[in-house]
Design a protein around this ligand. Structure first.
Ligand SMILES: NC(=O)c1ccc[n+]([C@@H]2O[C@H](COP(=O)([O-])OP(=O)(O)OC[C@H]3O[C@@H](n4cnc5c(N)ncnc54)[C@H](O)[C@@H]3O)[C@@H](O)[C@H]2O)c1
Length: 262
């Protein structure tokens, strides 16, 4: 179903397209006229989102491990084989590693975060950029985090990977601007997704506890993040590249009362 048509003629590839934030992005992009390749570690999740998009007509369900170079290359190739081109890449994949400090985190914890959150985005871009250039230009959106801009006790691997992703994206923008490829990060604040159950007993409890940390009194919703991704993917952001779009409900704007940022 095409309502606004802000992404007609676009072909988007979204990692973690089967997840809550990635799925919301895929559905919003499809509703705006894009053809969407939905790539997820779990192919059943990709297929469920593909089915929800116009019966799967303009959607392609794929399986990807973004930390694996062959897999990243494969999903780019399959997207182009199916839709004829690639104009838009959204890197959503993230590995949320255990909390800890340098003394008790393992090298594996550290590498797990960087290999997906940073190297995974690098690998996806490595194979997507030449295709986006062939298509005459397009956009890359790397999902970072508001925590990529601040120090957070016990969260070095995740927050460092997100800070590095923001820096990587600035370089990506610089390297490819002349070819009409814009690259930006989108940094959500806390979003009401199942991931929060790692830290709280229920989503309701998480929203209650986290609310005071946000000027708007609540964490965000996946559809609000998808709205930001739509802006970055469409021509409405045509003068924006190498930048970070912060959608954090005012989290970074003041010192909240919460004692464990999430
Ligand atoms: N939910 C939040 O509060 C929040 C806040 C800020 C930023 N973010 C970012 O938004 C994005 C989506 O987060 P989310 O909360 O929807 O869910 P999430 O944390 O569940 O999403 C991360 C997904 O990445 C997938 N993944 C892990 N390793 C992978 C690999 N090697 N290849 C492919 N996929 C892999 C996981 O299966 C998981 O579904 C992430 O980048 C996250 O860091 C989320």
């Amino acid at each position: 179903m095409t309502s606004g048509g802000r992404l007609t003629q676009r072909v988007a590839l979204v990692t973690v397209g089967g997840g809550e934030i990635g799925g919301a992005i895929c559905r919003r992009f499809a509703a705006e006229g894009a053809e969407v390749a939905i790539a997820d570690l779990d192919p059943a999740k990709s297929e469920a989102v593909a089915r929800a998009i116009a019966g799967g007509g303009r959607a392609l369900a794929l399986e990807v491990d973004v930390a694996d170079e062959a897999s990243a290359k494969d999903v780019v190739e399959r997207t182009v084989a199916r839709f004829g081109r690639l104009t838009t890449l959204v890197n959503v994949a993230a590995n949320v590693t255990p909390d800890g400090t340098v003394e008790n985190l393992t090298l594996e914890d550290w590498n797990d975060a960087l290999s997906v959150n940073l190297t995974g985005a690098f690998l996806m871009c490595k194979y997507a950029v030449p295709e986006i250039r062939k298509a005459g230009g397009g956009t890359i959106i790397n999902i970072a985090s508001q925590l990529g801009q601040i120090g957070v006790a016990g969260r070095a691997p995740y927050t460092t990977s997100k800070a590095a992703l923001i820096q990587f994206t600035k370089c990506l923008a610089a390297d490819n601007a002349a070819d009409g490829i814009r690259a930006n990060t989108l940094s959500p604040g806390g979003v009401d997704t199942a991931r929060i159950l790692r830290r709280f007993d229920s989503r309701e409890a998480a929203n209650r506890a986290r609310g005071p940390a946000y000027l708007l009194g609540r964490p965000g919703r996946a559809d609000e993040i998808a709205a930001g991704a739509l802006f970055l993917a469409s021509d409405e952001s045509s003068f924006m590249t190498g930048a970070d779009l912060l959608l954090d409900g005012g989290y970074l704007a003041f010192k909240g009362t919460i004692d464990k940022p999430v």
